[in-house]
Design a binder for this molecule. Sequence first.
Ligand code: HEC
Length: 196
Amino acid sequence: MTKFSFSLATSLLAIVFLASCNPKQQPENTDKNEIDTLSFILQGDSISAIMQRVLLSNVMQATKAGGPVYAVAFCNERAMPLTDSLSQKYNCQIQRISDKYRNPANKPSKNEEDVLVRMGSSNSGEPVLITGNGKVVYYKPISIAMPACLNCHGNAEKDIATKTLEVIMQKYPNDLAIGYKEGDFRGLWKITFPKE
Ligand code: HEC
């Protein structure tokens, strides 16, 4: 290696190291030397953005094709398989969790209830990485980012059409995911990566 490329490599390393020391991206409970924080944050950011686009475009298309009643039935059948197929594609496990979950499969674990409270009350929009048991878990807040979300997650009397509410209650008899306003914290993206 020439002297030039050696010093270039050193300064690139320094940049990566400095970037991963950015306090906003500080992992919790981690041995900082063991994982490349920045790389997991970037992967988590891009996978959650892709997943969000896929789900959103599907729900919009279904609404256009058959209205919100059809779109609820569509989400009921398709949200999980779509998530699983992207998980396979990116070699990770993609989930959505919420304290007020609609699908019981999106119920948080005991430990995650704390993560939800902390990330929900700070509502900074920033991701958090937690490592342990040979895994790296990326969490990122999901918010009620647009009025369209209220058609199925808003106020039961004001925002959700009677027919839509009926099909929600039928598919999810224990639904907790209503009563939101625009801008509210809705839950978290959870993306689990193997450490290597
Ligand atoms: C057409 C109705 C509809 C619209 C519009 C809609 N959702 Fe949902 N949402 C659902 C259904 C149905 C589920 C449960 C999917 C499943 O069974 O996996 C769900 C689940 C979720 C979950 C997973 C956690 C849980 O409660 O199970 C999140 C997070 C979520 N929605 C956020 C949003 C956001 C943010 C928007 C607006 C961008 C939105 N939704 C728009 C119907 C809708």
